[in-house]
Ligand binder design. Structure first.
Ligand SMILES: [Fe+2]
Ligand SMILES: [Fe+2]
Length: 148
């Protein structure tokens, strides 16, 4: 497995979780909460891993600089929304609105990474680097998980 396959696997997991949360009605608050804490955990580990390993390996390349800077900013927005959601009650209608916006931004971000960023990254990282990064990414995720 290489880093792109691993990141795509993470992306699919998050997209599935968003689908599950959407299927829940307001009367089923509890499962919705479970899915949300899972989304929160998955996004946290994934973004930390990307910011520690994947993005730094690419950001110095001039063909990637702009995309990577934008990606950091999108992560920042995602973290900010999650942080805000933690401060308000889940019964608040703003919580549901924030969840929708979170989903929109994450979906957009995933699409851009998979359709554009990965393609460019393949020209910057060689096969060995992409495979080696995959192992390091798994390790990093475990560390982040333990700290969370
Ligand atoms: Fe990302
Ligand atoms: Fe990603």
């Amino acid at each position: 497995m290489d880093i792109y396959q691993l990141l795509k696997k993470d992306h699919s997991k998050v997209k599935d979780l968003f689908k599950k949360i959407k299927g829940k009605t307001k009367t089923a608050q509890e499962p919705q909460e479970d899915f949300f804490s899972e989304i929160e955990k998955e996004l946290h580990m994934h973004m930390e891993g990307e910011e520690k390993l994947f993005y730094p390996a690419l950001e110095q390349d001039e063909t990637m600089r702009e995309d990577i800077l934008k990606s950091y900013e999108e992560h920042h927005v995602v973290k900010r929304i999650i942080e805000d959601m933690g401060k308000i009650s889940r019964d608040d209608e703003k919580w549901a609105a924030k969840l929708i916006v979170l989903k929109e931004i994450v979906t957009h971000h995933i699409k851009e990474e998979e359709s554009g960023l990965f393609k460019k990254a393949r020209k910057v990282l060689n096969k060995e680097q992409a495979q080696e990064m995959c192992n390091r990414f798994e390790e990093e995720k475990k560390n982040v998980y333990q700290m969370a």
